[in-house]
Design a protein around this ligand. Structure first.
Ligand SMILES: [Zn+2]
Length: 404
């Protein structure tokens, strides 16, 4: 669900006036020590790559609602339990399907975005709904040929045949594991990545890598032997590729306790060389993150903060509720080359970058859960609307019915 909408919005530079306040919010010596232990245990002798290998080579493509998805979800839950996390659940949700509708056209042909007649998997309409018409995907060059012939007024005939099975609504589940906070257990950070993938390849970059980072962060934080001040919930989402369905279901099911959600850390940009965090258009989040980025993440090559705001992965529905949302920021070239393709397999992954990303996720999650104050407040609806407007997202979100 990349490249759906990515808009850069400018952030004012940090003003000198804020400096004393920032100094006051420097991570404590205890958080620094914990960060050293977390990063050390991930970079040397960590398990991120093992988790990724299991997800990709053992379970293969993890299409939402499929048996391989279900097996991988059960495996992930077992891994969380093996780390000693006591509260681990599969939280079910439904992938809806709607009936075909009457329509005038015979079929819809969608050209791929990439040349060489390559095929990238994607969904036509969000929400796992059936298209009202037969829908097929054609290579870019073939689509251009059809367009050229049609422009000349020549009759163009396209014949295609495919078999498609539809099975009605499907039950599937998010995997959620919680480390209860030692002082403020009712306040929580959520650290998430989507477990589902397309079934061409084995979803290594998109998004086995993100799941491996989430599992590895949980393992490392458990290994500290003492929970942080606030709770941390680790979530592996289903239904992302069909339109962020699992994370949306979670936001709706946990509506009443969302006020206690302090921040969302999402990782779904693959395991390219890390850069830092995208703050999804929040200038206040960027400012509040500076001491953590500078003093804890820079050595992990994760000190950057990007103002980029997008609605293309599982932080999206949390962002709409005004919750501070951060998306792991990495070099996306390795991901862009293979995600949604049959070539999205383990052999393309750089082990060191995967561990580096895992360390950034673990250290950030711990620092935010331990921070005396919340990172930033939740925005009121009006302010969220302004942010979406500024990022040029509001019309698209209204069209999908996500923002009213
Ligand atoms: Zn993804």
């Amino acid at each position: 669900m990349r490249k759906f909408l990515t808009i850069l919005i400018s952030l004012a530079l940090l003003s000198g006036v804020a400096a004393p306040a920032l100094r006051a919010q420097q991570p404590s010596a205890e958080v620094r020590q914990a960060s050293v232990r977390l990063a050390g245990s991930i970079l040397v002798g960590g398990r991120a790559y093992d988790y990724l290998q299991s997800l990709t080579d053992k379970f293969g493509g993890r299409l939402s609602g499929s048996t391989s998805y279900q097996r991988s979800a059960e495996w992930a839950a077992a891994e969380f339990r093996a780390m000693g996390v006591s509260d681990v659940r599969l939280e079910p949700f439904t992938l809806e399907q709607k009936l075909f509708q009457e329509a005038g056209a015979a079929a819809v042909l969608i050209p791929d975005r990439e040349s060489n007649n390559a095929f990238n998997a994607f969904n036509l309409n969000w929400g796992a709904r059936l298209s009202p018409l037969p829908f097929a995907h054609v290579g870019m060059e073939d689509a251009e040929l059809i367009a050229r012939l049609a422009e000349k007024g020549q009759p163009v005939e396209v014949e295609f045949e495919y078999q498609n099975r539809t099975g009605g609504a499907a039950q599937t589940a998010n995997v959620v594991a919680e480390i209860r906070g030692r002082e403020r257990p009712d306040e929580w950070i959520i650290v998430g990545a989507h477990l589902d993938s397309w079934d061409f390849g084995t979803g290594a970059q998109d998004n086995g890598s993100g799941c491996a980072m989430v599992l590895e962060a949980a393992r490392a934080i458990m290994s500290l032997g003492q929970p942080p001040r606030r709770s941390i919930r680790f979530a592996l989402w289903g239904g992302e590729e069909q339109g962020l369905i699992g994370s949306r279901a979670y936001v709706e099911a946990h509506e009443r306790e969302l006020k206690n959600c302090v921040a969302v850390l999402n990782t779904d940009n693959g395991a390219g060389h890390p850069k830092g965090w995208k703050v999804e258009g929040r200038e206040d989040v960027s400012k509040a993150m500076q001491p953590i980025s500078k003093s804890l993440l820079e050595d992990l090559s994760g000190g950057g903060l990007s103002p980029e705001a997008s609605f293309d992965t599982d932080h999206g529905f949390f962002m709409l509720r005004g919750i501070p949302a951060l998306d792991l920021w990495v070099d996306m070239e390795p991901y862009g080359k293979i995600h949604h393709k049959s070539s999205d397999t383990l052999d393309k992954l750089d082990r060191h970058s995967l561990a580096g990303g895992s360390a950034i996720v673990a250290v950030t999650a711990y620092a935010l859960a331990e921070r005396a104050e919340r990172l930033a407040p939740q925005l009121e609806r009006k302010a969220v609307g302004e942010l979406l407007q500024k990022a040029n997202m509001i019309e698209m979100l209204k069209a999908f019915g996500f923002w009213k």
